[in-house]
Design a protein around this ligand. Structure first.
Ligand code: HEC
Ligand code: HEC
Length: 337
Protein backbone atom coordinates (compact mmCIF):
# COMPACT_ATOMS: atom_id res chain seq x y z
CA UNK A 1 0.00 0.00 0.00
CA UNK A 2 1.33 3.49 -0.85
CA UNK A 3 2.56 5.53 2.08
CA UNK A 4 2.54 9.33 2.22
CA UNK A 5 5.02 11.54 3.99
CA UNK A 6 3.36 12.95 7.14
CA UNK A 7 4.12 16.50 5.97
CA UNK A 8 2.19 15.90 2.72
CA UNK A 9 -0.73 14.55 4.69
CA UNK A 10 -0.64 17.64 6.88
CA UNK A 11 -0.47 20.04 3.90
CA UNK A 12 -3.30 18.21 2.17
CA UNK A 13 -5.42 18.70 5.26
CA UNK A 14 -4.78 22.46 5.15
CA UNK A 15 -5.60 22.92 1.45
CA UNK A 16 -9.25 23.29 0.53
CA UNK A 17 -10.48 19.88 -0.66
CA UNK A 18 -10.25 19.55 -4.43
CA UNK A 19 -13.80 18.27 -4.41
CA UNK A 20 -15.35 21.17 -2.46
CA UNK A 21 -18.86 21.68 -3.82
CA UNK A 22 -19.42 24.54 -6.25
CA UNK A 23 -21.23 27.53 -4.73
CA UNK A 24 -25.00 27.23 -4.67
CA UNK A 25 -26.75 28.66 -7.75
CA UNK A 26 -28.35 32.07 -7.11
CA UNK A 27 -31.56 31.11 -8.92
CA UNK A 28 -33.77 28.07 -8.46
CA UNK A 29 -34.01 27.62 -12.23
CA UNK A 30 -30.27 26.80 -12.27
CA UNK A 31 -30.54 23.95 -9.73
CA UNK A 32 -31.80 21.33 -12.21
CA UNK A 33 -35.39 21.22 -10.96
CA UNK A 34 -36.89 22.58 -14.17
CA UNK A 35 -36.52 21.64 -17.81
CA UNK A 36 -33.97 23.88 -19.51
CA UNK A 37 -35.28 27.39 -20.12
CA UNK A 38 -38.42 26.84 -18.03
CA UNK A 39 -39.50 27.95 -14.56
CA UNK A 40 -42.57 25.68 -14.56
CA UNK A 41 -41.97 22.43 -16.41
CA UNK A 42 -40.19 19.87 -14.21
CA UNK A 43 -37.05 18.30 -15.75
CA UNK A 44 -37.42 14.74 -17.05
CA UNK A 45 -34.93 13.25 -14.56
CA UNK A 46 -36.76 14.73 -11.57
CA UNK A 47 -39.32 12.54 -9.76
CA UNK A 48 -42.23 13.88 -7.66
CA UNK A 49 -42.95 12.26 -4.27
CA UNK A 50 -45.22 12.73 -1.28
CA UNK A 51 -44.49 11.36 2.21
CA UNK A 52 -47.50 9.70 3.85
CA UNK A 53 -46.85 11.52 7.15
CA UNK A 54 -46.24 15.19 6.40
CA UNK A 55 -44.76 18.02 8.42
CA UNK A 56 -47.39 20.56 9.52
CA UNK A 57 -46.56 24.00 8.09
CA UNK A 58 -49.63 26.10 8.88
CA UNK A 59 -51.58 24.48 6.06
CA UNK A 60 -49.17 25.42 3.26
CA UNK A 61 -49.50 23.40 0.06
CA UNK A 62 -46.36 21.45 -0.73
CA UNK A 63 -44.82 19.75 -3.71
CA UNK A 64 -41.67 17.66 -3.44
CA UNK A 65 -39.18 16.19 -5.88
CA UNK A 66 -35.96 14.20 -6.00
CA UNK A 67 -33.23 13.87 -8.62
CA UNK A 68 -30.55 11.21 -8.40
CA UNK A 69 -27.29 11.73 -10.30
CA UNK A 70 -27.15 9.83 -13.65
CA UNK A 71 -26.84 6.09 -12.92
CA UNK A 72 -27.06 6.78 -9.16
CA UNK A 73 -28.85 4.37 -6.82
CA UNK A 74 -29.91 4.62 -3.20
CA UNK A 75 -28.31 2.12 -0.83
CA UNK A 76 -31.47 0.70 0.80
CA UNK A 77 -29.98 -2.03 2.99
CA UNK A 78 -31.12 -0.33 6.19
CA UNK A 79 -34.85 0.44 5.85
CA UNK A 80 -34.48 3.20 8.46
CA UNK A 81 -31.52 4.87 6.87
CA UNK A 82 -31.19 5.08 3.13
CA UNK A 83 -27.84 6.30 1.86
CA UNK A 84 -28.06 8.64 -1.12
CA UNK A 85 -25.40 9.01 -3.82
CA UNK A 86 -23.32 12.21 -4.05
CA UNK A 87 -25.16 14.63 -6.35
CA UNK A 88 -28.66 13.75 -5.07
CA UNK A 89 -30.94 16.77 -4.79
CA UNK A 90 -34.36 17.05 -3.16
CA UNK A 91 -36.71 20.03 -3.35
CA UNK A 92 -39.83 21.08 -1.45
CA UNK A 93 -42.03 23.93 -2.68
CA UNK A 94 -44.35 25.82 -0.29
CA UNK A 95 -47.43 27.73 -1.46
CA UNK A 96 -50.16 29.69 0.30
CA UNK A 97 -52.13 31.43 -2.43
CA UNK A 98 -48.85 31.80 -4.35
CA UNK A 99 -45.49 30.07 -4.39
CA UNK A 100 -43.52 31.32 -1.37
CA UNK A 101 -40.28 29.36 -1.24
CA UNK A 102 -38.62 26.20 -2.59
CA UNK A 103 -36.22 24.47 -0.22
CA UNK A 104 -33.37 22.27 -1.41
CA UNK A 105 -31.26 19.53 0.14
CA UNK A 106 -28.13 18.44 -1.68
CA UNK A 107 -25.75 15.58 -1.02
CA UNK A 108 -22.22 16.83 -1.74
CA UNK A 109 -18.94 14.98 -1.23
CA UNK A 110 -18.52 16.65 2.13
CA UNK A 111 -22.08 16.00 3.36
CA UNK A 112 -25.53 17.48 2.99
CA UNK A 113 -26.17 21.16 2.42
CA UNK A 114 -29.33 23.20 2.82
CA UNK A 115 -30.70 26.12 0.84
CA UNK A 116 -33.97 27.87 0.19
CA UNK A 117 -35.09 29.96 -2.77
CA UNK A 118 -37.63 32.73 -2.21
CA UNK A 119 -40.22 33.39 -4.93
CA UNK A 120 -40.76 36.92 -6.17
CA UNK A 121 -44.30 38.27 -5.68
CA UNK A 122 -45.11 37.83 -9.39
CA UNK A 123 -43.96 34.20 -9.27
CA UNK A 124 -41.47 34.47 -12.13
CA UNK A 125 -38.21 33.84 -10.26
CA UNK A 126 -36.96 32.29 -7.03
CA UNK A 127 -33.72 33.64 -5.53
CA UNK A 128 -31.34 32.07 -2.98
CA UNK A 129 -32.16 33.29 0.55
CA UNK A 130 -29.41 34.58 2.86
CA UNK A 131 -28.04 31.96 5.32
CA UNK A 132 -30.07 33.50 8.16
CA UNK A 133 -33.29 33.25 6.15
CA UNK A 134 -35.81 36.10 6.24
CA UNK A 135 -37.05 36.27 9.85
CA UNK A 136 -39.44 39.16 9.05
CA UNK A 137 -41.02 36.92 6.44
CA UNK A 138 -42.58 37.47 3.04
CA UNK A 139 -46.13 38.55 2.26
CA UNK A 140 -48.90 35.96 1.96
CA UNK A 141 -51.82 36.94 -0.38
CA UNK A 142 -54.52 36.08 2.19
CA UNK A 143 -52.78 38.30 4.76
CA UNK A 144 -50.01 37.71 7.27
CA UNK A 145 -46.39 36.83 6.65
CA UNK A 146 -44.43 33.64 6.01
CA UNK A 147 -41.08 33.22 7.78
CA UNK A 148 -38.21 31.98 5.62
CA UNK A 149 -36.02 29.71 7.80
CA UNK A 150 -32.24 30.04 7.95
CA UNK A 151 -29.88 27.11 7.52
CA UNK A 152 -29.58 26.81 11.32
CA UNK A 153 -33.34 26.12 11.39
CA UNK A 154 -33.02 23.54 8.62
CA UNK A 155 -30.37 21.75 10.66
CA UNK A 156 -32.39 21.87 13.90
CA UNK A 157 -34.97 19.64 12.19
CA UNK A 158 -32.92 17.76 9.58
CA UNK A 159 -29.90 16.94 11.74
CA UNK A 160 -31.72 15.88 14.93
CA UNK A 161 -30.82 12.24 14.12
CA UNK A 162 -28.27 10.71 11.73
CA UNK A 163 -30.51 10.73 8.65
CA UNK A 164 -31.08 14.20 7.13
CA UNK A 165 -33.60 13.10 4.48
CA UNK A 166 -36.90 12.97 6.35
CA UNK A 167 -39.69 12.38 3.86
CA UNK A 168 -38.12 10.09 1.25
CA UNK A 169 -37.67 6.64 2.76
CA UNK A 170 -39.28 3.22 3.01
CA UNK A 171 -41.96 4.17 5.56
CA UNK A 172 -42.89 7.49 3.97
CA UNK A 173 -43.17 6.07 0.45
CA UNK A 174 -44.78 2.75 1.36
CA UNK A 175 -47.75 1.84 -0.81
CA UNK A 176 -49.48 0.62 2.36
CA UNK A 177 -50.48 4.25 2.94
CA UNK A 178 -52.13 5.25 6.16
CA UNK A 179 -55.68 6.54 5.44
CA UNK A 180 -55.78 8.08 8.93
CA UNK A 181 -52.69 10.28 8.48
CA UNK A 182 -53.64 13.95 9.06
CA UNK A 183 -54.03 15.88 5.81
CA UNK A 184 -53.65 12.59 3.91
CA UNK A 185 -53.90 12.99 0.19
CA UNK A 186 -55.42 10.47 -2.14
CA UNK A 187 -53.26 11.65 -5.04
CA UNK A 188 -51.12 8.79 -6.26
CA UNK A 189 -49.36 10.30 -9.22
CA UNK A 190 -46.12 10.40 -7.24
CA UNK A 191 -43.36 7.85 -7.08
CA UNK A 192 -43.78 5.15 -4.41
CA UNK A 193 -41.58 2.44 -2.99
CA UNK A 194 -42.69 -0.09 -5.62
CA UNK A 195 -41.76 2.27 -8.44
CA UNK A 196 -38.29 2.75 -6.98
CA UNK A 197 -37.85 -1.03 -6.76
CA UNK A 198 -39.21 -1.56 -10.29
CA UNK A 199 -36.94 1.11 -11.75
CA UNK A 200 -33.91 -0.40 -10.03
CA UNK A 201 -33.19 2.81 -8.14
CA UNK A 202 -32.64 0.99 -4.82
CA UNK A 203 -29.55 -1.10 -4.30
CA UNK A 204 -29.62 -4.14 -2.01
CA UNK A 205 -33.12 -3.61 -0.59
CA UNK A 206 -34.08 -6.28 2.00
CA UNK A 207 -36.43 -8.81 0.31
CA UNK A 208 -39.11 -8.05 2.90
CA UNK A 209 -39.47 -4.55 1.45
CA UNK A 210 -41.03 -5.87 -1.77
CA UNK A 211 -42.92 -8.70 -0.07
CA UNK A 212 -44.72 -6.53 2.48
CA UNK A 213 -44.82 -2.74 2.14
CA UNK A 214 -43.72 -1.31 5.50
CA UNK A 215 -46.06 0.24 8.06
CA UNK A 216 -45.99 1.30 11.71
CA UNK A 217 -46.33 -1.86 13.76
CA UNK A 218 -49.57 -1.40 15.66
CA UNK A 219 -52.94 -2.91 14.71
CA UNK A 220 -54.89 0.11 16.04
CA UNK A 221 -55.73 2.63 13.27
CA UNK A 222 -55.67 5.73 15.50
CA UNK A 223 -52.43 4.70 17.14
CA UNK A 224 -50.83 3.98 13.78
CA UNK A 225 -51.78 7.43 12.45
CA UNK A 226 -50.86 9.25 15.68
CA UNK A 227 -47.45 7.59 15.90
CA UNK A 228 -46.85 8.31 12.20
CA UNK A 229 -47.64 11.97 12.75
CA UNK A 230 -45.43 12.18 15.85
CA UNK A 231 -42.65 10.31 14.01
CA UNK A 232 -42.41 12.98 11.29
CA UNK A 233 -43.24 16.10 13.28
CA UNK A 234 -41.52 15.28 16.57
CA UNK A 235 -39.35 12.15 16.26
CA UNK A 236 -36.93 14.09 14.07
CA UNK A 237 -35.76 15.77 17.32
CA UNK A 238 -37.14 13.39 19.97
CA UNK A 239 -35.23 10.15 19.46
CA UNK A 240 -32.43 8.08 20.97
CA UNK A 241 -29.72 9.11 18.53
CA UNK A 242 -29.54 12.90 18.30
CA UNK A 243 -28.64 15.86 20.54
CA UNK A 244 -31.96 15.62 22.46
CA UNK A 245 -31.59 11.93 23.37
CA UNK A 246 -31.05 12.97 27.00
CA UNK A 247 -34.70 14.07 27.34
CA UNK A 248 -35.63 10.40 27.01
CA UNK A 249 -38.70 10.97 24.83
CA UNK A 250 -38.52 8.68 21.78
CA UNK A 251 -41.11 9.39 19.10
CA UNK A 252 -39.10 8.04 16.15
CA UNK A 253 -40.35 4.74 14.73
CA UNK A 254 -37.90 2.18 13.39
CA UNK A 255 -38.99 -0.26 10.67
CA UNK A 256 -36.23 -2.73 11.43
CA UNK A 257 -37.37 -2.96 15.04
CA UNK A 258 -41.11 -3.06 14.28
CA UNK A 259 -43.34 -3.55 17.36
CA UNK A 260 -40.39 -2.99 19.73
CA UNK A 261 -40.15 0.54 18.42
CA UNK A 262 -43.84 1.21 19.17
CA UNK A 263 -43.30 -0.19 22.66
CA UNK A 264 -40.31 2.08 23.19
CA UNK A 265 -42.35 5.14 22.25
CA UNK A 266 -45.05 4.16 24.71
CA UNK A 267 -42.50 3.47 27.45
CA UNK A 268 -40.88 6.88 26.93
CA UNK A 269 -44.17 8.78 27.19
CA UNK A 270 -47.04 6.92 28.89
CA UNK A 271 -47.26 7.76 32.57
CA UNK A 272 -43.76 9.27 32.48
CA UNK A 273 -43.41 12.40 34.59
CA UNK A 274 -42.49 15.42 32.42
CA UNK A 275 -39.31 17.36 33.07
CA UNK A 276 -41.43 20.51 33.27
CA UNK A 277 -45.18 20.75 33.94
CA UNK A 278 -47.26 22.78 31.49
CA UNK A 279 -50.63 24.33 32.34
CA UNK A 280 -51.28 21.93 35.22
CA UNK A 281 -50.26 18.83 33.25
CA UNK A 282 -47.18 17.05 34.58
CA UNK A 283 -47.16 13.68 32.84
CA UNK A 284 -45.98 13.29 29.23
CA UNK A 285 -48.97 11.17 28.21
CA UNK A 286 -51.67 10.36 30.76
CA UNK A 287 -53.82 7.58 29.24
CA UNK A 288 -57.43 8.77 28.90
CA UNK A 289 -56.56 12.37 29.80
CA UNK A 290 -55.29 14.51 26.92
CA UNK A 291 -55.62 17.73 28.95
CA UNK A 292 -53.33 16.27 31.61
CA UNK A 293 -50.77 15.22 29.02
CA UNK A 294 -47.83 17.57 28.47
CA UNK A 295 -47.32 16.16 24.95
CA UNK A 296 -50.86 17.13 23.93
CA UNK A 297 -50.74 20.51 25.69
CA UNK A 298 -47.46 21.48 24.05
CA UNK A 299 -48.67 20.43 20.57
CA UNK A 300 -51.57 22.85 21.01
CA UNK A 301 -49.47 25.66 22.54
CA UNK A 302 -48.09 28.47 20.40
CA UNK A 303 -46.42 30.65 23.01
CA UNK A 304 -42.69 30.42 22.32
CA UNK A 305 -41.83 28.82 25.66
CA UNK A 306 -44.14 25.83 25.27
CA UNK A 307 -44.92 25.33 21.60
CA UNK A 308 -43.99 22.01 19.97
CA UNK A 309 -42.38 21.77 17.53
CA UNK A 310 -40.49 24.88 18.67
CA UNK A 311 -40.20 26.19 15.10
CA UNK A 312 -41.76 25.84 11.66
CA UNK A 313 -45.39 26.79 12.40
CA UNK A 314 -47.41 29.56 13.99
CA UNK A 315 -50.76 27.77 14.18
CA UNK A 316 -51.50 24.50 15.96
CA UNK A 317 -52.48 21.57 13.75
CA UNK A 318 -56.15 21.02 14.73
CA UNK A 319 -56.57 17.81 12.72
CA UNK A 320 -53.50 16.28 14.35
CA UNK A 321 -54.58 17.42 17.82
CA UNK A 322 -57.93 15.68 17.33
CA UNK A 323 -56.10 12.51 16.29
CA UNK A 324 -53.68 12.57 19.24
CA UNK A 325 -56.62 13.25 21.55
CA UNK A 326 -58.39 10.11 20.25
CA UNK A 327 -55.20 8.11 20.66
CA UNK A 328 -54.71 9.23 24.27
CA UNK A 329 -58.34 8.31 25.06
CA UNK A 330 -57.87 4.90 23.44
CA UNK A 331 -54.89 4.19 25.70
CA UNK A 332 -57.20 4.20 28.73
CA UNK A 333 -59.61 1.72 27.12
CA UNK A 334 -56.73 -0.64 26.60
CA UNK A 335 -55.76 -0.62 30.26
CA UNK A 336 -59.16 -1.80 31.47
CA UNK A 337 -59.28 -5.59 31.19
C1 HEC B 1 -39.76 22.23 11.72
C2 HEC B 1 -38.82 21.29 11.17
C3 HEC B 1 -38.22 21.59 9.81
C4 HEC B 1 -37.55 22.72 9.41
C5 HEC B 1 -37.29 24.00 10.18
C6 HEC B 1 -37.12 22.45 8.05
N1 HEC B 1 -37.52 21.21 7.64
FE1 HEC B 1 -37.29 20.40 5.80
N2 HEC B 1 -38.50 18.86 6.30
C7 HEC B 1 -38.94 18.58 7.58
C8 HEC B 1 -39.69 17.34 7.57
C9 HEC B 1 -40.30 16.66 8.79
C10 HEC B 1 -39.70 16.89 6.23
C11 HEC B 1 -40.37 15.62 5.69
C12 HEC B 1 -41.88 15.69 5.76
C13 HEC B 1 -42.51 16.61 4.75
O1 HEC B 1 -41.91 16.93 3.71
O2 HEC B 1 -43.67 17.03 4.96
C14 HEC B 1 -38.93 17.86 5.46
C15 HEC B 1 -38.68 17.77 4.10
C16 HEC B 1 -37.79 18.56 3.41
C17 HEC B 1 -37.38 18.36 2.03
C18 HEC B 1 -37.77 17.19 1.14
C19 HEC B 1 -36.73 16.09 1.37
C20 HEC B 1 -36.91 15.37 2.68
O3 HEC B 1 -36.04 15.46 3.58
O4 HEC B 1 -37.96 14.74 2.84
C21 HEC B 1 -36.48 19.34 1.74
C22 HEC B 1 -35.76 19.55 0.43
C23 HEC B 1 -36.33 20.16 2.92
N3 HEC B 1 -37.15 19.67 3.92
C24 HEC B 1 -35.45 21.22 3.02
C25 HEC B 1 -35.39 22.06 4.12
C26 HEC B 1 -34.55 23.24 4.17
C27 HEC B 1 -33.56 23.65 3.10
C28 HEC B 1 -34.84 23.86 5.35
C29 HEC B 1 -34.31 25.19 5.85
C30 HEC B 1 -34.35 26.30 4.91
C31 HEC B 1 -35.82 23.05 6.04
N4 HEC B 1 -36.12 21.96 5.27
C32 HEC B 1 -36.37 23.35 7.28
C33 HEC B 1 -38.74 19.36 8.69
C34 HEC B 1 -38.19 20.64 8.69
C1 HEC C 1 -36.61 21.04 16.44
C2 HEC C 1 -36.61 20.06 17.49
C3 HEC C 1 -37.91 19.67 18.13
C4 HEC C 1 -39.04 19.20 17.51
C5 HEC C 1 -39.27 18.99 16.02
C6 HEC C 1 -39.97 18.89 18.55
N1 HEC C 1 -39.42 19.17 19.75
FE1 HEC C 1 -40.27 18.78 21.58
N2 HEC C 1 -38.64 19.56 22.53
C7 HEC C 1 -37.54 20.10 21.89
C8 HEC C 1 -36.64 20.64 22.91
C9 HEC C 1 -35.32 21.34 22.63
C10 HEC C 1 -37.22 20.36 24.18
C11 HEC C 1 -36.65 20.68 25.58
C12 HEC C 1 -36.87 22.10 25.99
C13 HEC C 1 -38.32 22.35 26.33
O1 HEC C 1 -38.90 21.63 27.17
O2 HEC C 1 -38.89 23.27 25.74
C14 HEC C 1 -38.47 19.69 23.90
C15 HEC C 1 -39.35 19.24 24.87
C16 HEC C 1 -40.53 18.54 24.63
C17 HEC C 1 -41.38 17.96 25.64
C18 HEC C 1 -41.17 18.03 27.13
C19 HEC C 1 -40.63 16.74 27.69
C20 HEC C 1 -40.67 16.76 29.20
O3 HEC C 1 -40.51 15.68 29.79
O4 HEC C 1 -40.89 17.83 29.81
C21 HEC C 1 -42.43 17.38 25.01
C22 HEC C 1 -43.59 16.61 25.63
C23 HEC C 1 -42.23 17.58 23.60
N3 HEC C 1 -41.07 18.28 23.39
C24 HEC C 1 -43.11 17.15 22.63
C25 HEC C 1 -42.95 17.39 21.26
C26 HEC C 1 -43.94 17.05 20.30
C27 HEC C 1 -45.27 16.37 20.59
C28 HEC C 1 -43.44 17.43 19.10
C29 HEC C 1 -44.10 17.33 17.75
C30 HEC C 1 -45.48 17.77 17.63
C31 HEC C 1 -42.11 17.98 19.32
N4 HEC C 1 -41.87 17.96 20.66
C32 HEC C 1 -41.24 18.41 18.32
C33 HEC C 1 -37.30 20.12 20.54
C34 HEC C 1 -38.17 19.67 19.55
Amino acid sequence: MARFHPLLVFLAALAPPAHAAAPLPQHLRDTGLYARGSGEEIAAAVLPFRPQYALWSDGAEKRRWIRLPPGGRIDARDPDRWVFPVGTRLWKEFSLGRRLETRMLERTRSGWRFATYVWTQDGTDAVLAPPDGIPAGVEVPAGGRWTIPGTGDCKACHEGQPNPVLGFNALQLSSDRDPGAPHASTAHAEVQLEDLLARGLLSRPPPSLAAAPPRIATPRPDERAALGYLHTNCGICHNRHGPLAGIGLDLLQSLSEGPASVERTRASALEVRALRPVGGADVRVEPGKPEHSVLFRRMGARDPLDQMPPLGSEKPDREALALVERWIHSLADRRTP
